[in-house]
Design a protein around this ligand. Structure first.
Ligand code: PGA
Length: 253
């Protein structure tokens, strides 16, 4: 399996400069848990400031425009977030797909631009409750991923997948360990098919959706779970670090 567990905070549209103290606290504490790779994706406005605070943690963006510099009012491209200090970008989050109508083609174009700018990509996938209830969750998720995976010539150190069932995001509801294991195994099989088993092993598959300190251990010890993408619980250093500690304990186990 690939490297250390990866715990990523997705701050979404939360945070002003007052949040820098949380970033600092996360960074300083992360230095004690070197067996865990820790990162945060603040809003664009804080990327540079968090980057300047960060000695240990990785800093990323939550999205980027797929194009070159140009007349696109309000947009920010991959080269710009890299210049601000981002080392990765989250792409295809369900909130972007829903709120901004992002299609697979658009996400694939963003992947290309992110790779071009030297960014790592956390590629999100996940099904709605209707799709799950219709028994189509796996087909749907693998269908989201398949065309995107082809964009990565060398997935090692470039690609992380985040499986986030939409019905578990911000709802307090998590998928059962069996649901998570089944989906992560299906994703792993797809990665094996596309990249071959050896290169697939370098790609971590994170779980996301209401991960909290008190359920982190169970989720992080589920087979094929390589870490967590954390929304709400990443907004306070204390709760986020609770998840980091759980991840470090799974490494000791
Ligand atoms: P949540 O968000 O932890 O608040 O459910 C996860 C995500 O959307 O990345």
């Amino acid at each position: 399996m690939a490297e250390r567990p990866y715990i990523v905070g997705n701050w979404k549209m939360f945070g002003t400069r007052a949040m820098l103290s949380e970033a600092r606290a996360i960074d300083r504490a992360a230095q004690r848990y070197m067996k865990v790779e820790v990162a945060v994706a603040p809003p664009y406005t804080l990327i540079h400031a968090v980057h300047k605070e960060a000695e240990q943690i990785g800093v990323g963006a939550q999205d980027c425009h797929p194009g070159e510099e140009g007349p696109h009012t309000g947009d920010i491209n991959a080269a710009m977030v890299a210049d601000a200090g981002a080392k990765f970008v989250i792409l295809g989050h369900s909130e972007r797909r829903q709120d901004h109508g992002e299609t697979g083609d658009l996400i694939n174009a963003k992947i290309e631009s992110a790779i071009e700018a030297g960014l790592r990509v956390i590629l999100c996938c996940g099904e709605s409750l209707e799709t799950r209830d219709a028994g189509q969750a796996e087909d749907f998720v693998l269908g989201q991923l398949r065309p995107a995976l082809e964009k990565f010539e060398d997935p090692a150190d470039r690609l992380t997948i985040a499986y986030e069932p939409i019905w578990a995001i911000g709802t307090g509801r998590t998928a059962t360990p069996l649901d998570i294991e089944a989906m992560h195994k299906a994703i792993r099989n797809l990665l094996d098919e596309v990249y071959g088993a050896e290169r697939s092993a370098d790609v971590r598959i994170l779980y996301g959706g209401s991960v909290k300190p008190d359920n982190a251990r169970e989720i992080l010890t589920t087979p094929e779970v390589g870490g967590a993408l954390v929304g709400g619980a990443s907004l306070s250093a204390e709760t986020f670090l609770g998840i980091v500690v759980a991840a470090s304990e799974t490494e000791d186990a």
